[in-house]
Design a protein around this ligand. Structure first.
Ligand code: CA
Length: 400
């Protein structure tokens, strides 16, 4: 596992490479052992022949039945020979055992060799133990698309104000639009209850095929949204548990510096069919609900850095990091609830864990299945035929 590249190594190709590297050595060792065994077997055979000869001589001497002194001598010699023979038989048994062991090893080696061959056939293409990073770079994904990139994937970007480049997932569509994805939820595989530093640096896993969850990081989002004077649109895409899809666009989206606690500001709700949850919502609990659940102008809060407008700690209660007010009507970093529906009772882990909420679409006890937050220059959002193009584009995503 590597935080940058996700769950991409080792591959079976890597295993095959490893096998092929060590097979020749093991083969040599086995051949050497077999030669040694043959030499020992030859020596034993010589000893066998000598014993037979000596036994025959002794029998012949016995048959001559002359009580001569040589007979006694040869009789005690015969005892020695018999003892010697026993030792040899024991050794021969040991050798047979060893030979069986070698045969068993050879069979196993054969199986492994077959397996390695099968693996190698699967790996005819050059083995890739790491993810593919596209070669084109730019200030953001739209810049990369402008330079001719046509496929979505992982790219390095370096916004004007950034000291170094960093990896992002670019979603590049048929209209030549390059969205820089800053947040992705899709299956609950990544825990979004993280501290200030983790939200600052980013967490989760980037993948070239949009299969993983992540928060790109407040510092990077700050650099991406403030390096240019051209307005940036934040597009939010949502999928519920019935497979329905909605979106919301915010123009002039900016995230402030760390000194300003990564404050969220935007110019206005630019459209969409999910409703304007960033503007707050009248839950009916209190006349000032809408005012206290709006998000424009809020600083970022985590459980260890409370910048919210609530006497308690919203981020601690909800188990996430977000631009908390008192506390929220939109909350896309909330706890992941499989199936989407939860009650106040389920939401108890950190006090009051809210799910993934966009309350102008579903009510507050409905947690969404998928979310994507991505940014694009305003000049490109309408490429391909106005707002309808946006809907059409979103229709091709998610739900697979
Ligand atoms: Ca507080």
């Amino acid at each position: 596992m590597n935080d940058g590249f996700g769950k991409y190594c080792p591959t079976t190709c890597g295993v095959a490479d490893y096998m092929f590297r060590y097979l020749p050595g093991v083969d040599e060792d086995l051949t050497w052992m077999q030669n040694e065994l043959e030499t020992i077997a030859n020596l034993t055979q010589g000893a066998d022949e000598t014993i037979t000869y000596m036994k025959d001589s002794a029998t012949a001497a016995q048959k001559s039945s002359q009580p001569d002194p040589y007979y006694k001598k040869s009789s005690s010699m015969l005892d020695d020979v018999l003892r010697f023979e026993k030792t040899i038989i024991a050794q021969e048994e040991q050798m047979i055992e060893l030979q069986n062991l070698i045969s068993a090893n050879e069979r196993r080696m054969g199986d492994l060799r077959k397996l390695a061959l099968q693996l190698q056939q699967k790996c005819n293409e050059p083995c890739r133990d790491t993810v593919q990073i596209q070669p084109i770079t730019g200030t953001d994904c739209q810049d990369i698309a402008n330079k001719g990139a046509t496929t979505s994937g992982l790219y390095y970007v370096k916004p004007a104000k950034a000291e170094g480049q960093f990896l992002v997932y670019c979603e590049i569509d048929a209209f030549g639009r390059g969205f820089t994805v800053i947040q992705r939820r899709r299956d609950g595989s990544v825990d979004f209850f993280k501290d200030w530093i983790q939200y600052k640096e980013g967490f989760g896993y980037l993948s070239p095929d949009d299969t993983t969850e992540f928060w790109l990081g407040n510092e990077k989002i700050h650099l991406l949204t403030t390096s240019s004077t051209l307005p940036t649109v934040l597009r939010i895409e949502l999928v519920d548990w019935e497979g329905n899809k909605r979106y919301a666009d915010y123009n002039m989206f900016r995230i402030g510096s760390e000194a300003d606690m990564y404050r969220l500001t935007y110019g206005y709700y630019f459209g969409g069919d999910a409703g304007d949850a960033f503007d707050g919502y009248d839950f009916g609990d209190d006349p000032s609900d809408k005012f206290f659940t709006s998000h424009n102008g809020m600083q970022f809060s985590t459980s260890d850095k409370d910048n919210d407008k609530y006497e308690g700690n919203c981020a601690q209660q909800d188990g996430s990091g977000w631009w908390m007010n008192k506390c929220h009507a939109a909350h896309l970093n909330g706890k992941y609830y499989q199936g989407g529906r939860y009650t106040e009772k389920d939401a108890g882990e950190h006090g009051f864990d809210n799910g993934i909420i966009w309350v102008t679409w579903h009510n507050r006890w409905y947690s969404l299945k998928e979310t994507t937050m991505k940014i694009i220059p305003l000049s490109r959002i309408a490429a391909g035929g106005g707002q309808q193009a946006g809907v059409k584009q979103f229709g091709g995503l998610g739900g697979v």
